[in-house]
Design a protein around this ligand. Structure first.
Ligand code: ADP
Ligand code: MG
Length: 210
């Protein structure tokens, strides 16, 4: 079913993302405790609460404006490695969407691709390095493959499912980027926290359109 993705969808996406970060805060903290410094759940919850504050303060008029405001809030409030990475992702997606009032399936896939490219440009991680890229890259590939049918909801569901599978697939990997890489082989056997939060955010995008 093609759902019209407008600013109402974008605001709902961000609201559901904030809810997901609050609900999964402890789980993300535990994942980061195993291979990092335990702050990822805290960082993401704080960041998305700041997004909610900004949305209430200055309601955006387009999806692109909503994502730009999100980028600014996440960059200033999340901190750690994830803050600038998610900030860049949302900023690149906002730029890709421009001033458009509606996002169609190809524009959606392109925006997700721009977000992923921003994460890669900033963090220089490759697929298999056990980072959030391992959720985003399969999500973008699935979104691109689904976009041809023009069905926005199908694109969002494909992206969410691929991101979830990608996050699960980080479990056996040895981290080669970020704080978890300091653990070397001992990082294997744990899910990457940033891949897990990325999957939650992409699931929220689909949930907002359903
Ligand atoms: P920090 O590692 O500074 O404590 P967070 O705990 O908030 O920051 O975020 C950690 C997550 O950031 C990791 O799980 C990983 O997904 C992501 N990450 C770290 N470094 C990189 C990188 N170079 N490229 C992509 N993602 C990265
Ligand atoms: Mg951390």
């Amino acid at each position: 079913m093609t759902v019209t993705l407008d600013v109402t969808w974008a605001v709902k996406w961000l609201t559901l993302s904030a809810q997901a970060m609050a609900e999964h805060r402890v789980e993300l903290i535990e994942l980061d405790r195993a291979i990092g410094d335990s702050d990822h759940g805290e960082n993401m919850d704080r960041g998305f609460q700041a997004v909610l504050d900004k949305l209430a303060e200055t309601p955006p008029e387009t999806p692109g404006a909503a994502l730009k405001l999100t980028a600014m809030a996440l960059m200033s409030k999340v901190g750690g490695a994830a803050g600038p990475l998610y900030g860049t992702a949302f900023l690149r997606a906002a730029t890709a969407l421009g001033d458009a009032a509606y996002v169609d399936a190809p524009a959606l896939a392109a925006a997700l691709g721009a977000a992923r490219d921003g994460i890669v440009a900033r963090g220089k991680a490759e697929s298999g390095d056990k980072t959030m890229v391992d959720a985003w890259t399969p999500a973008v590939e699935a979104a691109m493959a689904a976009a041809g049918d023009g069905d926005t909801l199908a694109v969002l569901i494909a992206a969410a499912e691929a991101a979830e599978a990608g996050a699960v697939a980080t479990d056996p990997l040895v981290a080669r980027k970020g704080r978890a890489s300091y653990l070397g082989e001992r990082s294997a056997g744990h899910r990457d926290p940033g891949a897990a939060s990325s999957a939650l955010i992409l699931r929220a995008a689909a949930g907002a359109a359903a």
